[in-house]
Design a binder for this molecule. Sequence first.
Ligand SMILES: [Zn+2]
Ligand SMILES: [Zn+2]
Length: 343
Amino acid sequence: MRALRLHGPLDLRMHDEPVPTYASDEVLIRIKSVGICASDLHYYREGRIGSTVVTSPIVLGHEASGVIESVGADVTNLKPGDRVALEPAKPCLKCEWCQKGHYNVCPGIPFFGTPPVDGCLRDYVAWPARLCLKVPESLTFDEIAMLEPLAIGVYACDLAEPNPGDVVAILGAGGIGLSVLQAVRTVGVERIIVSEPIEARRLSALKLGATHVTTPTTAEQDVANFTNGRGADIVIECTGEDDAVRQTARLTRVLGKILIVGIPSSDTYPFDASDARRKQLTAIFVRRSNMTTERAAELVAQGKMNAAALATHRFPLEKTAEALDLAFSKRDGVIRAIVEVSE
Ligand SMILES: [Zn+2]
Ligand SMILES: [Zn+2]
């Protein structure tokens, strides 16, 4: 089978490898669509995310859909032909945090496309059956792949606990920002302001339910106008850019809440202490998602979240480098470039 491996920054090579073997509680999945995420871009361009470094050739990709090819002897909940979303993280189920249901913060949790665990830019993947979610027939494979960022949106919204009357500001309208926006809409928040420098993405935000859009340079004035000078109740940072992180505390009201979802290149988050302190803000650092994929799938099937709007461009596996370049450039209205591994 084909497996696309990253050997170092900007160095992708196609390999011919044996189809993976699988344990009795695992299934073999034929991969269909894989979304290119900002975290893939960090590994592709920089060879690392913070302290996690690519030291041996790795398969990237964790926003994946597929079809069950075959199942292990002990698997009863899935059968060949089932269409599935793949939970990219494999919690240990034994540690204190897993036992309390906080699977996403299981220390050292294996995750697709994060060293040393291979991801999904290959024809077949073996994965525990418990981490494969059978999805409604109405979803396309691109939509199923987009359940991963949408699940992060749903989880961030859970942590934010917005009230319907709140003003929520979202920084960034890429795949994650637009997922957060949609999730916040599903819980009845009606006043949402989205800050995004790229016009096409601002238009996407308006289409997906933003009340108002602004840019990083006008955000402070616009949020002040929008809230009569009070500031947003909740600010959700989805860019990983230093300037946006710094801006969060200036946009938030007294005793407000900041959620940090974006991943920075530098492995630091810069805040101005005075704003954060004088307003006594609460900051929550969001770690991926926690068992929210199924809810995301239901919301998409019910028409309450739009997964198709995120999947804007498609490339075959051989052209993954082009998909990564497009995602990095943010050109041509791209939200998620999708690699179609098989048809
Ligand atoms: Zn991702
Ligand atoms: Zn654990």
